[in-house]
Design a protein around this ligand. Structure first.
Ligand SMILES: Nc1ncnc2c1ncn2[C@@H]1O[C@H](COP(=O)(O)OP(=O)(O)OP(=O)(O)O)[C@@H](O)[C@H]1O
Length: 573
């Protein structure tokens, strides 16, 4: 396809470039033919027919070139977007703590478009401008070397100016794309937290903040426009000076019989062509520099290697997996908040086939424990093992597909309930309707979902707003030996409490379970309880044993929690 485009480009440029030459011939024919009108008309007609043929051919080639270039441009943008999205999704979770969603979205949508179009739209015009300038200059030398040498003295200073200008455009484009990314990030955060914005009545102040960011983008665009105007003004003026000098010097050459009127006309037309090509080239160059500027962040993103691999490492035979979990002297702080340690020398053992309830005040690190087990982050010190294997030696992909994670407040994607439930399966395409129904039955959500008019095909609103019931569980991959559960914090009415409890018990049977527990009933059913406090496990043992210790942290936590739950239940009634 590219070859065809270049072919058409050559044809259309050759045709366009040969036109002035032939037109010159037409003029000379008119001026020099002293013969009878009939033969003059004949030679004129044949020249004009030839020119018409050449123009038709050039027009068709031009149309084909534009079509092909447009298509290949869209293809480049598509490939770029797919590559950037692949690269983003391969990054480690910590990368997403450092880079905000809005910024990444901007890279994916805006930067790729700027880079793509700067390469393609302009590449076609740019290549044509280069070809036309080269051919035009050659033809100028062919028609009159002395006049060409004189006129082209103007090119070096223009080239110098263009280089300086290109550098500036490149820098300003990078700044513009960064500013745009910041604006998008702000908008993305505010729109996704619209409830908070509304609750505090901050609509207008957020609008002002966004407008400020948009103003900054505009001020950069204004700078760019002013510079562009200056640059085009200078190049346009130089073009006109070129024409004037051709007229002056060419007139002198004609007077001294060194040039015919046809040659001067051809030369003048080639000068026009070269002038137009130079204008095209400067626009091409500035757009290309703009693309490079916008592209610098994209290349960084494309080249970035994730800190740990997605799909490399040891895979244990599934039938030998027992599910013994152990944290040994683990220390950890989030990469974005290195100064605030979450765990220091934390040790915890969950024997295979037992249920461990993890409790602790808000922010004590319960969810972080789960994140470490799933290897969303690596520990700073100490190791975490599954059946004695350091999880850093295991294939992360394998590890995650053999640990079932169920959150009772899952972030649901905006698709049907059916699709949401099958999301966790290794091959969602192979999940049968019966599998989905069973998963819903296990979660005691079957009747509830069937009660919707569209049943399992009900489309869930963004972030699951539509789905008020909070026990929908994802299909657990391959009946995992290990389950990590995050219990809902919200209080339920008596009937739902019973349904949830029953579903959880069914789910936990015969597996090693680590559950972030919020309900007293869950804790009482666990084999042991670990209390997180001040970066470590403060207490660990059987629930009844820990409750017996009146001064213990667990006892205090339970007293507080029981009180809170009572309060919540009273509020529900
Ligand atoms: N991605 C993150 N980057 C930086 N800090 C984080 C991140 N996630 C959590 N934290 C911080 O780590 C601490 C522990 O959070 P974590 O969510 O593990 O606690 P938790 O006990 O599960 O809390 P909760 O019961 O409120 O969910 C908190 O101070 C939290 O602000």
């Amino acid at each position: 396809m590219e070859t065809a485009a270049v072919g058409f480009l050559t044809i259309s440029s050759t045709v366009t470039m040969s036109a002035p030459y032939f037109l010159g011939k037409v003029i000379d024919t008119i001026y020099t033919t002293t013969a009878d009108t009939e033969s003059m008309t004949a030679s004129l007609t044949s020249l004009c027919v030839m020119l018409l043929g050449v123009f038709l051919c050039g027009g068709a080639a031009n149309a084909a070139r534009v079509y092909l270039m447009q298509i290949s441009g869209e293809q480049i943008i598509r490939n770029l977007r797919a590559a950037v999205f692949t690269s983003i999704l391969r990054q480690e979770v910590a990368f997403f703590d450092k880079n905000r969603t809005g910024e990444l979205i901007n890279r994916l949508s805006s930067d790729t478009a700027v880079v793509g179009s700067s390469i393609t739209d302009n590449l076609s015009d740019g290549l044509r401008a280069v070809a036309q300038a080269a051919a035009g200059v050659s033809m100028m030398f062919y028609v009159s070397p002395s006049l060409a040498g004189f006129v082209l003295l103007i090119v070096p200073p223009i080239a110098g100016l263009a280089i300086g200008f290109g550098r500036y455009i490149r820098a300003i484009s990078k700044r513009t794309q960064d500013a745009l990314a910041q604006a998008t990030q702000l908008a993305e955060e505010r729109i996704s937290n619209m409830r908070t914005v509304r609750a505090f009545g901050k609509e207008m102040s957020e609008v002002n903040k966004y407008t400020e960011k948009a103003d900054y983008v505009f001020s950069l665009a204004r700078k760019e426009a002013a510079l562009l105007a200056g640059f085009y003004g200078v190049t346009g003026l130089s073009g006109n000076i070129m024409i004037l000098s051709v007229l002056y010097k060419g007139g002198l050459l004609m007077a001294s019989q060194h040039m015919t009127v046809g040659e001067l006309s051809s030369f003048l037309m080639y000068t026009f062509w070269v002038g137009i090509s130079i204008a095209g080239l400067s626009s091409f160059y500035s757009q290309l520099m703009k693309g490079f500027g916008a592209g610098s962040r994209l290349w960084e993103l494309l080249d970035r290697k994730p800190e740990f691999p997605l799909d490399e490492g040891l895979e244990l035979p599934v039938d030998q997996l027992k599910g013994r979990l152990e944290f040994s002297n683990v220390s950890f702080a989030y990469p974005t908040r290195k100064e605030a340690p979450i765990f220091q020398n934390l040790s915890l053992l969950v024997p295979a086939g037992t249920i461990m309830a993890v409790v602790g005040s808000s922010g004590s690190g319960k969810s972080s424990l789960v994140s470490l087990l799933l290897r969303l982050y690596d520990t700073d010190a100490g190791i975490i093992t599954i059946d004695g294997h350091d999880i850093r030696d295991l294939n992360p992909y394998w590890l995650r597909s053999h640990i079932g994670t169920v959150s009772q407040e899952p972030v649901l994607f905006s698709c049907s309930i059916r699709e949401n439930i099958s999301y966790g399966a290794v091959d969602p395409g192979a999940v049968t309707t019966e599998d989905i129904y069973n998963a819903a039955r296990v979660a005691n959500a079957y009747d509830f979902i069937q009660a919707f008019p569209k049943g399992f095909d009900t489309i869930v609103g963004e972030k699951g707003v539509l789905l008020m019931y909070n026990t929908v569980c994802f299909l657990c991959p391959q009946n995992p030996k290990i389950l990590l559960l995050d219990e809902a914090t919200s209080a339920l009415d008596a009937e739902n409490e019973f349904l949830v409890q029953e579903a959880l018990e069914r789910l936990m049977e015969g597996r090693t379970v680590m559950i972030i527990a919020h309900r007293l009933s869950t804790i009482q059913n666990a084999n042991s309880v670990a209390v997180l406090d001040q970066c470590r496990i403060a207490e660990c043992g059987q629930p009844t044993e820990l409750l017996g210790n009146r001064e213990g942290l667990f006892r205090k936590l339970m007293e507080k929690q029981a009180f809170l739950q009572e309060e919540q239940k009273r509020a529900l009634l």
